[in-house]
Design a protein around this ligand. Structure first.
Ligand SMILES: *Cc1c(COP(=O)(O)O)cnc(C)c1O
Length: 371
C-alpha cells in the first residue's frame, strides 16, 4: 500500500536527534516557557522573515488569539466583518465566530482554489475590518493584490498559513505578507511537531506583546493580568522537536516539489484535472505542495480504483463550511465554485518520504483510470 502520508517514516529520519533533544529537555527540568521555546520562536521568525514568532498551542489558537488581540487593542469589535474563503478548512472560520466577528464567505478562483481578489473587493462593506486569506494546499493566495486591496480600504490582513510554511511569492514568505499570520505545526503539516503546536508571526511589536500575554492567562508579569487571556502555550519539548525539523523543511519541500513536478508533467488523463492547469506557473511558483489536489467528475470511482490498486488518497475537503451542521444558518446559501470543488477534489499521496518509484506507480494508475 502506498500510504497518503507516513508520519512514522518521516519522523524516523530524525529519530536520534529528536531523542537527544527530548533528553535535553527532560534533564533541564524546565518544560514551559523556557530556552527551547525562545530558540524555536527566534528561528521560525527568522525563517519567515518576520520580527516575531509567538508560539501557541495549535493553529486554531494562533488565529483565535490574533483576532482576540486586535479586539483587545481596540482594532476590532463584536460584529465586525472578516472576509474569508468559502472553501477553507473549518478552523479559519471557527476563529472568526469564536471572537463574535462575522465571517463573510468569498468564493475561490477555480484554478488556484485560493480566494479570488476581485470578489474580495465586491464583498467589502462599511463593517469589513479584516481579510483572512488562506494559503490553501501550500500555495500563497494572491497576496500582492490582496495587500493592495487592504491598503486601499484600510483593512487588517491575517494570513492562515497552516498549510504553507515556506511558500513564497517574489521571495517573500507566507507569514510575512499580512499584519499577522497563523501557523499550525500539527504532525501532518509540512512542518509538524510530535503533537499539537502553532505560532503567530508578525512584524507588529504591539500585537506581539499582546499575544505573549493572551497565550498565558493575559499576563505579562506573574500574577498580574492585563486582559482575560487563555492558556495556549507551545511547550518546550514540542519547540525542541520543531527546532530540529525546521532544519530539514526546505529539503523536504524540495522533495515534494520533485514529486509534484512528476505528477504535473506525466499525469495525462482527460478524466483528471491537474492543479494549476490554466494558471501562469511563473506567477505561482514556490508552491510547497502540502497537498497535491486533483479534480475528477468521477471522484468516487477514481478513489476506489486507486485504493483497489494500493494507493491511499484523501479528500480535502468533502463538505464546505457553509454546508456543515455547525453553521446551520448558512446551509441554504449557495457558493457554487466551492461546492463544485468540494465534490470533485481528491488528494494524491505526496510526502517527504514518498519515493519516486511510488510516484511513478501513482502516475501509471492515474493514466490508466477509465470510467
Ligand atoms: C490545520 C489547519 C488549521 C488548524 O491547525 P491546528 O493546529 O489543527 O489547530 C487552520 N487552518 C488551516 C487551513 C489548516 O489546514
Amino acid at each position: 500500500m502506498i500510504p497518503f502520508l507516513d508520519l512514522q517514516s518521516i519522523n524516523k529520519q530524525y529519530r536520534a536527534e529528536l531523542i537527544e533533544a527530548c533528553t535535553r529537555v527532560i534533564d533541564s527540568g524546565w518544560y514551559i516557557g523556557g530556552k527551547e521555546l525562545e530558540q524555536f520562536e527566534h528561528k521560525f521568525a527568522n525563517y519567515c522573515g518576520t520580527q516575531f514568532a509567538i508560539g501557541v498551542a495549535n493553529g486554531l489558537d494562533a488565529l483565535i488569539l490574533t483576532l482576540n488581540a486586535w479586539k483587545e487593542l481596540g482594532k476590532l469589535k463584536d460584529g465586525d466583518e472578516v472576509i474569508v474563503p468559502s472553501n477553507t478548512y473549518i478552523a479559519s472560520i471557527l476563529a472568526i465566530t469564536a471572537n463574535n466577528l462575522t465571517p463573510v464567505l468569498v468564493e475561490p478562483d477555480n484554478q488556484t482554489y485560493n480566494i479570488d481578489p476581485i470578489k474580495i473587493e465586491e464583498a467589502i462593506t462599511s463593517k469589513t475590518k479584516v481579510i483572512l486569506p488562506v494559503h490553501l494546499y501550500g500555495q500563497l493566495a494572491q497576496m500582492p493584490e490582496i495587500m493592495e486591496i487592504a491598503d486601499k480600504y484600510n483593512l487588517l490582513v491575517l494570513e492562515d498559513s497552516a498549510q504553507s510554511h515556506g511558500a513564497e511569492i517574489d521571495g517573500k514568505k507566507a507569514g510575512n505578507w499580512g499584519d499577522a499570520s497563523g501557523f499550525s505545526f500539527y504532525p501532518g503539516k509540512n512542518l509538524g511537531a510530535l503533537g499539537d503546536a502553532g505560532a503567530v508571526t508578525t512584524n507588529d511589536q504591539e500585537l506581539a506583546q499582546m499575544l505573549y500575554a493572551l497565550r498565558n492567562y493575559g499576563s505579562h508579569e506573574k500574577y498580574k493580568n492585563l486582559v482575560p487571556g487563555m492558556n495556549s502555550r507551545l511547550d518546550d519539548i514540542q519547540a525542541a522537536m520543531l527546532d530540529i525539523k525546521l532544519n530539514f523543511l526546505d529539503r523536504e519541500v524540495n522533495h515534494r516539489r520533485e514529486i509534484a513536478n512528476l505528477y504535473l508533467t506525466q499525469i495525462k488523463n482527460p478524466e483528471i484535472i491537474l492543479p494549476l492547469s490554466n494558471v501562469d506557473a511563473t506567477q505561482y511558483h514556490q508552491h510547497v505542495w502540502h497537498l497535491f489536489v486533483i479534480r475528477s467528475k468521477n471522484r468516487i470511482a477514481l478513489q476506489k480504483y486507486l485504493a483497489d490498486h494500493g494507493v491511499q488518497t484523501l479528500i480535502h475537503y468533502p463538505l464546505p463550511p457553509h454546508k456543515q451542521q455547525a453553521y446551520k444558518e448558512w446551509n441554504n446559501l449557495s457558493y457554487p465554485i466551492s461546492e463544485q470543488i468540494h465534490e470533485e477534489v481528491i488528494s494524491l499521496p505526496i510526502s517527504p518520504t514518498l519515493s519516486l518509484k511510488e510516484a511513478e506507480k501513482v502516475i501509471q494508475l492515474c493514466n490508466g483510470f477509465k470510467v
